[in-house]
Design a protein around this ligand. Structure first.
Ligand code: NAD
Ligand code: ZN
Length: 342
């Protein structure tokens, strides 16, 4: 089969022939139809320090996908050839305390699809049946392809109640953009998106932001004043990985405010803990998706009218992956989709 491969410990990726995965008795084999490019894939392509210490080439990259089941192992009963599915990219151990308790997102032995095992930027991908999510007939395949980052957005956006609350979204990358639409759908009052990139701010407005702000030009306190807010954000979603963004969020929270942190900083961040203490803030780290409550919520919110399609800005055939990676890296983009059917 054809796959996009990290061939060795150096920058770059290659489209090449590799062996089609062989499935075990508990696995399913999926013919990939569409995939999404994630920041992780960009790290692996550029071979940055994280990639150099994490990735063992050769590796088929990619973890955001939708596809059609073509074969199932002998233990698999509830998936059939022809089913349209996506995959949870975190393959957990199934045996630790948290896995046994049903809190699989807390597993400390997670192996990542396209990170620790061969991934989905290929004509076929294999996964354990416990990692496979059924879509409903007629699902928009571009949306289905990005259930993984959509799940990051849902997991973060619903970490705290947002009904009737004022929410700050820091960072309007693909995940911040989707989170904007989700908190709107979930009943927030004001949703303010802070993002330096004007292209992304414009998309955030289409996703339902009440206001967008360039954090280099305007203080969050200004925006709050314009909106007539008196107390500060009830909930903040940190989706930038940027130190200043996190500090600005903490400084503009209401007492008792809650911050869900998804963004991954590249270095340590020092914080004014006094502000966290005296405002009695809650800071919570978010990793991946809850298996499978997040997946359930994604499905039912789409079925009840949530629209995340404005976050998808680029589509390419898989052979044009260098152009697709360039579009994703440019920053002037939302989600970039690779089509494996053409
Ligand atoms: P992205 O890099 O495309 O988006 C981050 C955005 O933050 C960019 O648009 C950038 O312009 C903006 N930004 C930079 N400085 C800012 C500032 N001072 N204030 C506000 N915004 C600022 O990333 P993404 O794919 O949307 O992912 C969002 C974050 O979540 C990234 O840090 C990513 O590494 C992380 N992530 C975490 C998980 C997890 O499981 N915890 C999973 C996926 C991604
Ligand atoms: Zn486990």
């Amino acid at each position: 089969m054809l796959a996009i491969v990290k061939p060795g410990p150096a920058p770059g990726l290659e489209l090449r022939e590799v062996a089609t995965p062989v499935i075990g008795i508990n696995d399913v084999l999926i013919r990939v139809r569409k995939t999404g490019i994630c920041g992780t894939d960009l790290h692996i392509e550029s071979w940055d320090p994280w990639a150099a210490k994490t990735i063992h080439p050769p590796l088929v990259v990619g973890h955001e996908f939708v596809g059609e089941i073509v074969d199932v192992g002998s233990n698999v009963s509830d998936f059939r050839p022809g089913d349209i599915v996506s995959g949870e990219g975190h393959v957990v151990c199934g045996r630790c305390r948290h896995c046994m308790a049903g809190n699989r997102h807390l597993c400390a032995h997670t192996v990542g699809l396209g990170v620790g095992r061969d991934g989905a930027f290929a004509e076929y991908v294999a996964l354990p049946m416990t990692n496979v999510w059924h879509h409903w007939p007629g699902v928009d395949e571009d949306v289905a392809a990005i259930f993984d980052p959509f799940g990051n957005a849902v997991h973060t956006a619903l970490a705290f109640p947002v009904l009737g609350e004022d929410v700050l979204v820091s960072g309007a990358g693909p995940i911040g953009l989707m989170a904007t639409a989700i908190v709107r759908h979930a009943g927030a009052r004001y949703v303010v998106v802070s993002e330096p990139n004007p292209v992304r701010r414009a998309i955030a407005t289409r996703m339902g932001a009440t206001a967008v702000v360039d954090p280099r030009e305007r203080a969050l306190a200004d925006v709050q004043r314009d909106l007539g807010m008196t107390e500060g954000w009830d909930v903040a979603l940190e989706m930038s990985g940027n130190a200043t963004a996190l500090r600005n969020a903490i400084a503009s929270m209401a007492h008792g405010g809650r911050i869900a942190i998804l963004g991954i900083p590249t270095a340590e961040i020092s914080l004014d803990v006094n502000e966290i203490v005296f405002k009695m803030l809650t800071l919570r780290g978010i990793y991946g998706r809850e298996m499978y409550e997040t997946w359930y919520k994604m499905t039912v919110m789409l079925q009840s009218g949530l629209d995340i399609t404005p976050a998808i800005t680029h589509r390419f055939g898989f052979r044009d992956f260098p152009a697709a990676f360039a579009a994703a890296r440019s920053g002037d983009s939302g989600k970039v989709i690779l089509d494996w059917t053409r």
